[in-house]
Design a protein around this ligand. Structure first.
Ligand code: NAD
Length: 492
């Protein structure tokens, strides 16, 4: 694209070799504010030539970047942390305009992203691998973590300000060069973050931004110069990226979709559980891989818990995320809104009771927004489509189980294993849950099992393909090879 589009934010640019460039591939698509339906920018898609430029530039930059002392490599990250904090409000407002979530949610997201920059600043400790003196007669043995070259990450629409930071700071702190391909739905926050990255003072080519869609991702997967790919997105794409990346000789970590459960037992603090469960299911309009939307309640407390859930849902305010009182913003696109509405209809057809029906929502002043009011299903059974498939919308399913054991069995029947929560007053149930729940991010008496950046972000079953996860030491190991080195001095 050569002509700047007449939208508020113009054309989204790539950042390659320290320069702002225009994607040379297909024309791309509009970036649309989901509350107003108005295009606010246009994102072009990068060609395989654009990807090749970035990879070659990254390879060149890598040669000198990896030689820099680790202490020097983290200085731009300290500056980036300060810049992200300084610009947090501005980034949050931009994020709301392209994604739809509320300002409070956007602030929270950015905070969790910055946390990863902070943890990556500790790379001098995180890169230490181990040393044994006299491992064999006269031999000392040392493991060293070494960077490999150019890595890429492909990220989803739902956390444009956080998920790139699950990878970027660690990849570069370990001495690699890094290319981000953000979601084409909301590329403005990543672009703005790259302006701050530019200011933070990384050498040219160490951190690069390549916008695009499926073809751009395929060019990444097929490029010989890319050592590995970090992916976050839906399960079918994650599986495909894992297979294709591996077939092309790359290391791959691919985080997929989810269907998360909450178990509420009769010993739980029900008021607390209802508040946290509703917020877990409906925050960010349910567009979270950690949203717990299947709630399995012990039958003896079902009625009481259900009434509390209804109260919480009725207190939600649907609207533009920029408005102070909004608690639920719009869905990302009209297509996604339709997909969620279709799933709600499927729930009704399959016999679940739609106790709260948010489908007739109208938001004053925003006739073109992708709004769906919160929906509550009861009488949901594990075999129903709405209980098995990821909905990714403001829909909460209530199920019952005669006891904790049966609830745990229902939960573990899921094909997914991203997250699970238990609300209980029983230590024995909590211990059993920690031991037997088949999910990678677990929480007891917390609605959303979101790990801090100094722990890895879990995921099992169809929610994750690979072995080393995002964040923390796991991702450091993903971005390094561990060489083992032995040394002997016969005359010593
Ligand atoms: P998506 O899979 O549609 O897109 C993710 C990325 O992949 C985007 O950058 C997109 O351009 C690219 N892409 C899309 N289709 C592709 C294809 N056929 N081939 C190659 N690349 C392709 O996901 P989304 O809608 O942006 O994000 C929502 C999904 O992400 C949900 O399923 C959610 O659960 C999941 N998610 C998972 C986690 C996790 O940690 N497990 C975190 C956040 C989101």
């Amino acid at each position: 694209m050569s002509q700047e589009t007449a939208t508020e934010y113009g054309d989204v640019r790539n950042y390659v070799g320290g320069e702002w460039t225009t994607p040379a591939g297909s024309e791309g698509q509009d970036v649309v504010n989901p509350a107003t339906g108005e295009p606010i920018a246009r994102v072009g898609f990068s060609s395989s030539g654009d990807v090749d430029d970035a990879v070659r530039t990254g390879q060149e930059a890598f040669e000198s970047w990896r030689q820099r002392p680790v202490e020097e490599r983290i200085q731009p990250l300290f500056r980036l942390k300060s810049l992200l904090e300084e610009h947090q409000e501005e980034l949050a407002e931009l994020l709301v305009q392209e994604h739809g979530k509320t300002v409070a949610e956007a602030r929270g997201e950015l905070r969790r992203g910055i946390e990863n920059v902070e943890v990556a600043c500790g790379i001098p400790s995180l890169m230490q691998a181990g040393h044994v003196e006299n491992a064999a007669p006269g031999i000392d043995e040392t493991a060293v973590r070494q960077p490999l070259g150019v890595f890429a990450a492909v990220t989803p629409f739902n956390f444009p300000g956080m998920i790139p930071l699950w990878f970027l700071p660690y990849a570069v702190a370990t001495g690699n060069a890094f290319i981000l391909k953000p979601s084409e739905q909301d590329p403005l926050v990543p672009e703005r973050m790259f302006e701050l990255i530019d200011e933070a003072g990384f050498p040219d080519g160490v951190v690069q931004l390549v916008n695009g869609g499926v073809d751009t991702v395929n060019a990444i997967l097929e490029h010989d110069g890319i050592e590995g790919v970090s992916f976050v997105g839906s399960t079918p794409v994650a599986r495909n990226i894992y297979e294709k990346g591996a077939a092309n000789g790359k290391r791959v970590q691919a985080q997929g979709g989810a269907k998360n459960h909450v178990i509420v037992t009769e010993t739980a603090d029900l008021e607390f559980a209802a508040e946290k469960t509703v917020s877990s299911a409906l925050a960010c309009s349910g567009e979270r891989c950690l949203a717990n939307d299947n709630v399995v309640v012990e039958a003896s407390v079902y009625d009481e818990f259900r009434d509390l859930v209804v109260e919480e849902i009725e207190a939600q305010v649907v609207g533009n995320g920029l408005d102070d009182d909004t608690t639920i913003g719009p869905l990302i696109t009209p297509d996604h809104e339709e997909a969620v509405r279709n799933l709600v209809e499927t729930g009704v057809q399959e016999g679940a009771t739609l106790s709260i029906d948010g489908r007739d929502i109208e938001v004053d002043g925003y006739p073109n927004g992708n709004f769906l009011g919160p929906c509550l299903f009861e009488d949901v059974t594990a075999d129903m489509t709405i209980a098995r498939e990821e909905i990714f919308g403001p829909v909460l399913n209530l199920m019952t189980a005669p006891d904790f054991e049966t609830a745990l069995e229902t939960m573990n029947e899921s094909d997914f294993g991203n997250a699970a929560s238990l609300f209980t007053g029983s230590g024995a149930e909590a211990k059993r849950f920690r031991h037997d729940a088949e999910a990678g991010n677990l929480a007891v008496n917390a609605g959303t099992a979101a790990p801090m950046a100094f722990f890895h972000f879990g995921g099992e079953k169809d929610s994750f393909f690979g072995d080393l996860h995002a964040q923390s030491e796991d991702v450091v190991r993903f971005y390094t090879d561990e060489a083992v080195y032995i040394e002997r001095w016969p005359n010593a």
